[in-house]
Write a protein that binds this ligand. Structure first.
Ligand code: MTE
Length: 335
């Protein structure tokens, strides 16, 4: 991963969004109903007082409000990362290697229509279209921490469904041991895929993989939304993975296929630098990245990027319930 930070990427001090503010705002929107929402969205957001300048900017993304229930089991007592940061500080090398590239380069990305296939070692291969992603399985919101290998982290309200629910529909065969994921390959739309220079040396399409017990763990989610709306392109529209106990690079974006297999699938960052990035990529403060420590992280909340809370990193990013998946494994070897 290129690890460049641009000093120009600063945010306003006023852009913190704590959960109650986000919820209240959402309740106002809900009570207005769909018709009311249209009228609301056509007004300059600042006219309503409770939008900041940053939010006005982010309303230009082609997103739409989603219907979902809030999963109360996943509401950590932590300040949310402001929406403006979640949607403008991204890794999506298909659109450039700087954190600000995806928001600037991905806005024309066509995500509708979309096709997501579930195939391989399954009884019932599935093909989902764009609408299926939002209607086939009930959407719920879960607030998860996302910890990046570059030692920053965010707290994000994702909307989506458990991956296990989709896989159950496809009926995996008993020979299926792993799940392989693939991002769209479309160099015409994704400038990073046009050459090694523009795409950070990655051999596209971006691929990821999980062991089947990881993929079917209740924490593992396919997200179709963030902050109550469909995903903006820079966050992996229309559907991306979220595995909250693993480093962020496992959370592959803009997925077109999910393939059940009997062999450990190749993964983009392991293929690029296997000494630095392993297949498992479990958040582990005890295993340093070869070039820097993983013992602490910069939690991105309010304020400028260089003035953030530094906090100790927790094993499995604090999701200790997954530890039993790795019983008996030497996690310094299987990093
Ligand atoms: N998926 C694809 N297809 N391409 C990428 O470059 N970057 C990964 C992951 N998924 C990446 C990807 C990395 S390194 C991180 S940290 C997360 O996406 C960032 O997700 P976010 O931008 O929504 O925070």
């Amino acid at each position: 991963m290129a690890h460049r930070f641009k000093p120009s990427q600063t945010f306003k001090d006023c852009d913190v969004t704590d959960e109650s503010v986000y919820r209240d705002r959402r309740n106002v929107i809900k009570s207005l109903g769909f018709a009311g929402l249209g009228a609301l969205m056509s007004q300059p957001a600042s006219a309503f007082g409770w939008f900041t300048d940053d939010e006005e900017k982010k309303d230009t993304f082609r997103t739409r409000p989603l219907d979902f229930s809030v999963n109360e089991n996943f509401k950590p007592d932590e300040v949310l990362t402001p929406e403006a940061k979640v949607t403008s500080y991204n890794n999506f090398y298909e659109f450039g290697t700087d954190k600000s590239d995806p928001v600037n380069n991905a806005q024309q990305f066509i995500t509708e229509p979309w096709t997501l296939k579930v195939d391989g070692l399954v009884e019932k291969p599935l093909t989902l279209n764009y609408d299926d992603l939002f209607t086939r399985l009930a959407l719920e919101e879960r607030i998860y921490r996302l910890r990046c290998v570059e030692a920053w982290s965010m707290v994000i309200p994702w909307t989506g469904f458990q991956l296990s629910h989709l896989l159950a529909e496809a009926k995996p065969l008993s020979s299926a041991k792993y799940v392989a994921f693939k991002t769209l390959y479309d160099p015409e739309q994704m400038p990073g895929q046009r050459s090694r220079f523009t795409g950070g040396g990655v051999d596209y399409p971006y691929v990821e993989g999980l062991r089947i017990d990881e993929a079917t763990h209740p924490l593992t989610m396919l997200a179709t939304g963030v902050y109550g709306k469909s995903l903006p392109p820079q966050n992996g529209a229309p559907v991306r993975l979220v595995v909250p106990w693993k480093y962020g690079f496992k959370s592959i974006k803009s997925i077109v296929s999910i393939t059940l297999t009997d062999k450990e699938p190749p993964t983009t960052w392991k293929r690029l630098a296997h000494r630095e990035y392993g297949f498992y990529a479990n958040v582990n403060p005890a295993v340093d990245h070869p070039r820097w420590s993983q013992a602490s992280e910069r939690r991105i909340t309010s304020g400028g990027l260089f003035n953030q809370n530094r906090i100790p990193t927790r094993p499995f990013n604090g999701y200790e319930e997954v530890a039993s998946l790795y019983a008996g494994m030497d996690l310094s070897k299987f990093y």
